[in-house]
Design a protein around this ligand. Sequence first.
Ligand code: ATP
Ligand code: MG
Length: 327
Amino acid sequence: MSLLEIRDLEVTYAGHAGTRVRAVAHADLDVEAGQIVALVGESGCGKSSLGKAAVGLIPPSAGSIRFGGEPLDPLKRGGRPKAQRKLQMVFQDPFSSLNPRRRIGDLIAEGGRVATEAGETPMSVGECLERVGLSAAFADRFPHQFSGGQRQRIAIARALAARPRCIVADEPISALDASAQAAVANLLVSIVRDLDMGLLFISHDLAIVRSIADVTSVMYLGKIVESGPSAAVWRDPLHPYTRSLIAAIPRPDGKGTLPRDLPGDVPDPAHPPAGCRFHPRCPSVMAVCREREPQREALQPLRTAACFVASTANPAHDRPVATNFVA
Ligand SMILES: Nc1ncnc2c1ncn2[C@@H]1O[C@H](COP(=O)(O)OP(=O)(O)OP(=O)(O)O)[C@@H](O)[C@H]1O
Ligand SMILES: [Mg+2]
């Protein structure tokens, strides 16, 4: 059983004029201890909605989330059950996620309160700061005295104080300068490896994902359309959407083909296309794609895709889909 296990998750919001926006549509995702799982996809595809539901910040409209084997309930007054406190979230913007009037030592100590409530000793403020590469002497300072990259380190330190078993990080580096991005991403990787935690890394930066994630899950309009070990996904993407995303990554040397934008706009999730949601933009569309919605299938060892084109090219694989590996 996975550390974090999401099955058939659906998140729905109220849209205009009584419509419902299905931001997450029957998504499955697993995170194992010691594993970095990336969730990628274009803006608006439902990544943050999945991440917030995963930590219990918003209620799913259907499906199940289990953490450490226990069902996870949306946040209620009176705090979270003990097991769920081991699941922490780091947000994109370290400027708004840290209270500017509090000293960082207090902010981190407050993060550790959930460990105390669970009958454990929280990680000390000094150790948290040192784990994220900052001096323990900074505890008396205020958030405005730090750069964006340092503030994100402080947000990670606050999450660590609770001694989490898993962190959901929603675009944790996208608000940072280029120089801080790789440093904070590498820091998260080393913390997860050292402490044998799980990490769900939500990002639209495929170059970073490729370099750090063991498993990559690709989301399109609320659905996970492909998932597998990152190296395999990059070497041989199964879903045409994954192929288009990878083709759109600028070459690191700045040479070669220009990044190619995906044709067409992301459809409105309140009115998703019939059949396969990607079919209006798919370069390999077949007749069946307009009529039926493809289901997630295991097409290669450890790899799944929801695509008629991919399943025609890769006859269904008979081995079960396991996720307890590190690529
Ligand atoms: N509180 C809300 N009320 C109504 N609709 C919402 C709400 N939050 C998100 N949505 C809609 O749900 C869909 C998914 O949004 P979400 O923020 O999960 O996407 P995302 O993949 O995280 O995007 P980004 O990459 O821009 O952060 C979008 O169409 C968005 O407009
Ligand atoms: Mg988001």
